[in-house]
Design a binder for this molecule. Structure first.
Ligand SMILES: [Zn+2]
Length: 131
């Protein structure tokens, strides 16, 4: 039996008791108890969902290897790719980034348009225009 099916059984028993109760005060108390019980069950379900979500975020965070730039390496069981830390930090979304051309380690996020690097900034790749 799951908590939810147990809760439905208890709810049903309280409801039947309330229907049979001849004393109005007892009936009102049973109805109040029933409403409170349903509210607690709903809150419990919501908290379970939030806990699962936080566990999922924590698990993914463990798989993210950060460096100085806003690009991180994401290592899953059988996958490994670069992601945007802007998107992960702000929206908890794993977005794979695109490698930019050239001999540098720059990447572009297709979601937030962020351009950053993974590892250390390769200064020698920076083109300095002089007039
Ligand atoms: Zn992004």
């Amino acid at each position: 039996m799951s908590l939810i099916s147990d809760a439905f059984a208890v709810t049903d028993r309280i409801k039947k008791l309330a229907e049979k109760a001849k004393d109005a005060q007892i009936r009102d108390e049973l109805v109040s108890l029933l409403m409170l019980f349903i509210e607690i069950i709903n809150e419990n379900q919501q908290l379970k969902k939030e806990l699962d979500m936080l566990k999922d975020i924590e698990e993914k965070e463990q798989q993210i290897e950060r460096t100085n730039g806003n690009i991180a390496k994401y290592k899953n069981k059988n996958k490994e790719f670069y992601i945007c830390t802007n998107c992960w930090d702000s929206a908890r979304t794993i977005v794979q980034v695109e490698k930019l051309g050239g001999n540098n380690n720059d990447f572009r996020c297709p979601n937030c348009e962020n351009i950053s690097f993974y590892g250390e900034r390769k200064i020698f790749d920076t083109v300095i225009k002089k007039r």
